[in-house]
Design a protein around this ligand. Structure first.
Ligand SMILES: [Fe+2]
Length: 215
């Protein structure tokens, strides 16, 4: 039998990371009305970027579109969470807030503590690459690191250090595991508006060691 040196059938991508873009959780029109409402609810600027503004907590009952998003997201989070945990559990969105990034603003590298699934509801288009969320491979610990990163390499899932999310339209939602490092580059044009959220299952079980989680 003829076999190439690198038979793709013999190549295994171990322990992949799940990231899912869910299209049109709300309509483009509804996303626009929510964006305008959020712009009037800015509560504070980001500690590292004065051009990135955050709202306070968005809770159920405050706006019909955010309520629709809460309802539409829960089944999606449940399905996504089943991929991560191997079981369809009861989930809750424990916090949601708005982000408005103006010209020159950026979101520095971070992840989300004390939750399992995090997500971004895009309320403005991400046609420009600088408006897309960038995921970054873990930076490593305190050991010395050796690498082979330069303009001549070809990037693939086994060596890439970053991954840029696909283009999203207003109303699209990106779901990802909360531990995953992510950032947003500096913006150069129109404001970028998103709704971010964190979700947890009500309980985790591991061979008799249980943990109840509460918002
Ligand atoms: Fe984030």
């Amino acid at each position: 039998m003829n076999q190439t040196l690198n038979d793709p059938d013999d190549l295994h991508g171990l322990f992949p990371v799940a990231v899912q873009l869910v299209r049109q959780v709300v309509s483009i029109g509804d996303a626009g009305s929510l964006r305008r409402w959020l712009e009037g609810r800015v509560a504070q600027s980001n500690s590292r970027s004065g051009s990135l503004l955050h709202t306070g907590q968005i809770t159920p009952g405050q706006h019909p579109v955010s309520d629709a998003i809460f309802s539409a997201l829960l089944p999606r989070i449940t399905e996504f969470g089943a991929l991560l945990l191997g079981e369809s559990k009861t989930w809750q969105i424990k916090e949601m807030w708005g982000n408005i990034m103006h010209n020159g603003g950026s979101q520095s590298l971070h992840n989300h503590a004390n939750c399992i699934v995090s997500g971004i509801v895009y309320l403005t288009p991400t046609a420009l690459v600088e408006s897309r969320t960038v995921f970054v491979r873990a930076l490593g610990g305190q050991d010395y690191k050796f690498g082979n990163e330069h303009a001549g390499i070809f990037a693939n899932p086994f060596n890439a250090s970053r991954w840029i999310a696909p283009e999203a339209a207003p109303g699209d939602v990106l779901l990802f595991p909360s531990y995953l490092l992510h950032e947003v580059p500096a913006q150069h044009e129109k404001p970028r508006c998103t709704l971010a959220f964190n979700a947890i299952p009500t309980r985790l079980e591991s061979w008799g060691y249980g943990l109840s989680l509460h918002p």
